[in-house]
Design a protein. Sequence first.
Length: 242
Amino acid sequence: MPTVPKWMANGMEKIFSGLMSDVLVTQTDYPAPRLKRIRFVGDLGDRPFHPGQVIEFRVGDRDFRHYTPAHYDATAGICEVLFYLHGRGPGSAWAEALRVGDRVKLMGPGGKMKYRDELAQHFVFGDETTLGLLQLFQSHAQQCGQHLEGLLELNARYQAWPVELGLGAMVVGKSTVPAAREAVDQIQKWLNAEPHRKSETAFYLCGRAQSIQQIQRVLRFCGIDRRRITSHPYWADGKKGL
C-alpha cells in the first residue's frame, strides 16, 4: 500500500477496526542475517484464513504494509511472519525494531492468493520476500498429501537461505535485464521434463513485479490455462511498497 496522509491512515484504522486484532510479540529470532521471524499472539477473531492470504500492519504514521504469514492458527491465536530486512523502506525498519513485549495491531486476513486444495500439484515462484509463503504452502501441501515445487530467484549472498530454513526449492540467480532470465529457463526445463505438469499444476507467482510479468508470459506461451495462475507482486523496481 502506498504512503497516505496521517489523517487518512488514522481514519483507515477506525474504518477497519472490526478487521483488526491486538497482538503481542512473544518471540523473535534470526534464521539468517537480514531474515527475522516474529511470532504474534492474540485473539485473531473468527475470520477464516486460507493459506496464501495476507495480513497488514501499520508500520508508521503514514504507511501500511502487507505480509504473508509463514504460520497462522486463529484457534491458538498465533501468527508468525518471516520478514526480509532489506533496509530500504518503512516496513523493514519497523520489523527490525520490533521486540518481545511490543503490542501492534494486525489487520486481516485477506487478498486473492489462496492455495488451490482441489489440485494435486503446485508450483511457487518467488524471491527473498516470499520465503514465508513457501514455508506455509509446503507445510500445507504435506498435510494434504499433495506435491509442491518451489523456485526462488535470490541474490547470490542469500542463496543458502532455503537450506537454512529447511525449504525444498530450486534456486536461481536474480537478473535485471531481462528480468528473471534464469528463472524463465528453469521453468521451461521443468515443464518440458514432464509435459503433464502443464495441465495439472496450480502456479503461484509472488515477489518482484517485473519477474512475475516474465514468468506469466512464459507460462501462457507454454499453454498454461490462465485460471491456474495466481500472481501477487510484493514489490517493484523503483517503488517503496505494494
